[in-house]
Design a protein around this ligand. Sequence first.
Ligand code: HEC
Ligand code: HEC
Ligand code: HEC
Ligand code: HEC
Length: 454
Amino acid sequence: MRALLLGLLLVATSGGVLGAQTLPQQGSAVHLGTATCGGSTCHASTQPWKNSMVLQNEFVTWSTKDRHARAYGSLVSVLGKRIAANLGLPNAHEAKVCLDCHADNVPEGRRSKQFALTDGVGCESCHGGAERWLGQHVSGTGGHAENVAAGMFPTEDSASRARLCLSCHFGDENKSVTHRMLGAGHPRLRFELDTFTAAQPAHYRVDDDFFKRKPSPTGVQVWTIGKAMQVRSFMSMLADPKRNQDGRYPELALFDCQACHHRIDGEAMPRPRAALPGRSSPRLNESSLVILQVIADQTKPEMGTLLRRQTAALRSAATSSMGALAAAAQAIADSAGAMVDHLAQYPFRPGEYAALLGGVLDQADVAGFDDYAGAEQATMAMSAIITEMDRIGLLSGDQRTRMAAELEKAYSAVDSDIAFSPQIFVAALQGIARARPIPPVPARRSYLVPGVRR
Ligand code: HEC
Ligand code: HEC
Ligand code: HEC
Ligand code: HEC
């Protein structure tokens, strides 16, 4: 009985805010192909329509500016071919392991005549197979809710969107970029929902009308929910004995690359094998967990305390057994799931943004400036917060200019793992700390000494 109740409880929570919607690649709807969406009187207008709720030139934005349109092309590029060869695959453009993320790789039976795999990550990879909603969508008989009921994926919902993007930008039960693939030359994956949403680039206009039609969270909420979802995905993979495995070792893509590598490009110089798990314990990639800690401390302090305890447990479990590691990871995945529900309801107040920014600055300090993945996540976090502060008018013209310049500096410092410059990153943190719109609170630690690790 207890097990049954627990089971029901789990079903209840996972069917909630976390977005139970089937991802576009799964499910049963036929995918009609981008050509179906891209008629000139549909979404392929060359100019945005003046009197329309949506821009109608989405196809043009996607096909000319969005890297997703080139995702299939990457599989036949020089690098794509080299990765495939290194992995012993006949080629990349017919390999399921590559197509699952670089194209709308639904099974043969779910492809219409117009469907083309070469379209890469097309409209229906994100918006869902159009078979059952296209009719009412074109005739205008239903609104967005009706479309979603007929199988359109709710990309406007942050948790659902995070799950969708993360399925390719981190991985899920069905696919991932493993250490073997990284070793074969695949670029390291990085992700942050708000930043990547902005970078896609947007083929839609988020204005008053958009908010009326689609009650959507603000940028900071997108960032925080995305972060909780990211930690949940990461910890679920760590907790899964099938996915967290590479022969006798755990899946090294989940660890801090620098724990073993001095450089993490193709010329990587692994330290002696003694550094592998079992003999000593390399650190996990905690870059997203660290940021979620900041968000919890600010919005739900008791969760902050719990996460701190669970993080300590995870670290000590990493040196004990795979079973203990899985249990510790699962506990954090559950906390992250609870944070998603919490954040979806949390009424962020403008006064909190400076505190969140301060938290990220402090954490970047605690985490150590030679931690590349941490610096990268801290930069995207600061960018999400500062953009929102600016949007709601919390920054003076001068602050805005200075913050933008310092952010630019931080971005250039983390531009590539090979060229990562802790010094430039530290200087940018100091600049942001000085420019923020509150009297600079004395920092808990000094930002002056790069290279100090936990
Ligand atoms: C079906 C898999 C898939 C999904 C779903 C997906 N992406 Fe991507 N995304 C990719 C691939 C593959 C690339 C790299 C394309 C290439 O080969 O250049 C990419 C590239 C990007 C880039 C460019 C990154 C860079 O370094 O310039 C951004 C930004 C991006 N995606 C954002 C998103 C967002 C936001 C979402 C969710 C709304 C999303 N993606 C969903 C597969 C996916
Ligand atoms: C879990 C999803 C996933 C899988 C599986 C995957 N990729 Fe990728 N790949 C991505 C994403 C996401 C990017 C973009 C990374 C970024 O810029 O942030 C990418 C980038 C690339 C790039 C660099 C594109 C560019 O122009 O910078 C190449 C080449 C590539 N992938 C080839 C492959 C090959 C070959 C395979 C199969 C062995 C494969 N990928 C499997 C998600 C995936
Ligand atoms: C990588 C994922 C991704 C791809 C690929 C993609 N979209 Fe979107 N789309 C989004 C997201 C995220 C939003 C913003 C949230 C929302 O409105 O649902 C969006 C919004 C939209 C909107 C709604 C705008 C509004 O104001 O309501 C339209 C229309 C749209 N996309 C059409 C397209 C078309 C047509 C294509 C293919 C040419 C396409 N999208 C490809 C992710 C994607
Ligand atoms: C626990 C140690 C460890 C961690 C953590 C680790 N690697 Fe590795 N990596 C190795 C070893 C050892 C090799 C040598 C190949 C082999 O025998 O697997 C290697 C090989 C590589 C190679 C190929 C190098 C070459 O010259 O062919 C690349 C690229 C790479 N790793 C990238 C990464 C990235 C990116 C990360 C972080 C996501 C990472 N590694 C995490 C130990 C590690």
